[in-house]
Design a protein around this ligand. Structure first.
Ligand SMILES: Nc1ncnc2c1ncn2[C@@H]1O[C@H](COP(=O)(O)OP(=O)(O)OP(=O)(O)O)[C@@H](O)[C@H]1O
Length: 240
């Protein structure tokens, strides 16, 4: 089971909430991880919501590979999403929460159940199938969300500060897990984070969003040199 890599493109997209307008014209490299950084309120979550289909552009197009998904409902897009929290249904055990990635009605074949078990083992949660989300730590809950991504097996993964509420050591473990999973599946990953070191560790590419638009896009390594973009250096508080 392998997702096929696909680019994500926002082609001259314009979108507005009541008093905020964003304009995005950007392409995310297929099969790679791109960190999306920028000040609070810059429009990072809005960008992910446009790709996921929770918001629809007023102008422009959203493309996933060759597919124009501009007006497609979220369920029809080849996308998985993990938020900072509340990814799981509290009344369903872990196995069912992961199974939802395969069948929203939880009609699971024997092969589906095997995939659920394999995904839970892959994220280090074998044996916890019957627990409820409240019986897990915050880090374990995010592992469950990742296991669901694995059984869903879509080519695009959107992550909105998924590890922000975890301590540094745990965050490091989760980044390693995510890097491993991405290397196996070659998903196109858009990873919103406020942590420069997370971007540096995980993401080959970086998109810096400011005031509702992409201010700079490039290789992550270039952002961290002394001649990296000034807006980014200012944002991370570096005077280098
Ligand atoms: N549902 C909404 N209705 C109206 N305005 C909204 C809505 N969601 C976001 N906004 C506004 O759109 C702008 C961009 O918000 P967004 O959540 O995309 O920013 P962000 O970069 O993800 O911020 P943060 O880093 O704080 O999560 C903000 O000014 C915000 O107040």
């Amino acid at each position: 089971m392998t997702s096929t890599s696909a680019a994500v493109r926002l082609d001259h997209v314009v979108f507005s909430y009541s008093d905020t307008m964003v304009r995005f014209d950007v392409t995310f490299a297929p099969g790679e991880i791109t960190a999306i950084m920028g000040p609070s309120g810059a429009g990072k979550s809005t960008l992910l919501n446009l790709v996921a289909g929770f918001e629809t552009p007023r102008e422009g197009r959203v493309l996933i590979g060759d597919m124009d998904v501009t007006t497609a409902p979220p369920a029809d897009r080849p996308v998985s999403m993990v938020f900072q929290e509340n990814n799981l249904f509290s009344h369903l055990d872990i196995e069912k929460n992961v199974g939802l990635g395969r069948s929203p009605a939880l009609r699971l074949s024997a092969a589906d159940r095997q995939d659920v078990a394999a995904a839970l083992a892959r994220v280090g949660l074998a044996g916890m199938e019957k627990r409820l989300p409240r019986e897990l730590s915050g880090g374990e809950r995010q592992r469950v969300a990742l296991a669901r991504v694995l059984v869903r097996d879509r080519p695009i993964l959107l992550l909105d500060e998924p590890f922000a509420s975890l301590g540094p050591a745990l965050r490091g473990d989760m980044l390693d897990l995510l890097a491993g999973v991405q290397a196996e599946r070659r998903m196109t990953v858009l990873f919103v984070t406020h942590q420069p070191e997370d971007a540096r560790k995980l993401a080959e590419n970086m998109v810096f969003v400011e005031s509702g638009a992409v201010a700079v896009a490039g290789k992550t390594a270039d952002f961290f040199t002394t001649s990296g973009p000034e807006a980014f250096r200012h944002y991370i508080g570096s005077e280098r």
